[in-house]
Design a protein around this ligand. Sequence first.
Ligand SMILES: Nc1ncnc2c1ncn2[C@@H]1O[C@H](COP(=O)(O)OP(=O)(O)OP(=O)(O)O)[C@@H](O)[C@H]1O
Length: 366
Amino acid sequence: MNKAQEKPIALSIRNLVKTYGKVAAIDNVSLDIASGEFLSLLGPSGSGKSTILMAIAGFVTPDSGEILLNGQKIDALSPEKRQFGVVFQGYALFPHMSVRGNIAYPLKLRGIKGAELDAQVERTIDLVHLSALADRMPRQLSGGQQQRVALARALVFDPSVVLLDEPLSALDKKLRAELQFELRSLHQRLGTTFVNVTHDQEEAMTMSDRIVILRDGAVQQIGAPDSLYNRPSTRFVADFLGRANFLEGAVSSVNGTELKIDVKGIAVRHAKGKDAAAQGEKTLLALRPERIAVVSPDQAKTSLNRIDGSVQTSAFVGSQYVYVIDTPLGTIESQMPAFEAGPLRQPGAQVAVTWSPEAGVLVKDK
Ligand SMILES: Nc1ncnc2c1ncn2[C@@H]1O[C@H](COP(=O)(O)OP(=O)(O)OP(=O)(O)O)[C@@H](O)[C@H]1O
């Protein structure tokens, strides 16, 4: 059980279904979101992320199932009555109001005035680092600054839950990375419950306490970023969250701690860990590229799996070398820290590919 799960449940989704014609946009989804948790819904285009978020917000009416906030059903409440903070792509800033005016608006709607209004607005402006820009109009702001205003507008009235739909997708890569970190830091200071929709795996991993992986409207796997990354249960999850090499084979022998897997006639050692598999069983081994080293054939340690091969493609990408190696097991991708790996090996170089029996994880082929 992770830390977030020990906290009280803020939002519960039970058996939610929403179909459009023959498409199940939400296919029987159940989820508990802990109070103070940052949860991301992650999946490819069309997997149902936005529809789930819109159902939570109250803009989409589910066919069946229920949504509870702090144990109370909210299905019949209008979006305004749910009192969530929202940052959606379509929710633009009011162009005729200054930054301060935009941020004050939700408080004015709620009848807050005078010194209380001013104090809450200033506190929120500080929180998102907009003090120097508070009197500007939206058109005088960059994309990232506008996103900060939108976030401040969603936070200013202290909502218990904030819903974010691809809040950073319009920004360039560097700014997106900065704001991901800022949002994470903001969340860690505030302890508000956040539900975030994204199709960007890095963004989900950076910001979230837990990630829900969706496919065709259904939940594939839920977990903390590290547990999903290190222990994906299916090929789809391993492939969607990061990169992976997949080796198909069958168990040729089992001892106390290790399996031997026959992959194209080659014995691959795999430390069982939590993976149980019986002799003869078909297996799919997922191996992250950064767990695979490319070394000179004479350097390979005997304690590791070791396959000879030749470099097909190599690239230097700043912190890492990326290799694609032709081997009798098929092509294998490796990523190695560049600072300790010597010079980049060129296409055609004869090498050995090595990895520890602990490096891989058995996944279901779906
Ligand atoms: N109003 C609608 N009418 C008909 N079909 C819809 C409607 N809204 C969503 N869908 C369908 O439901 C499925 C899920 O859509 P949804 O927008 O929730 O996916 P998503 O994961 O958010 O995708 P994206 O990342 O592209 O925004 C898709 O097949 C989509 O075409």
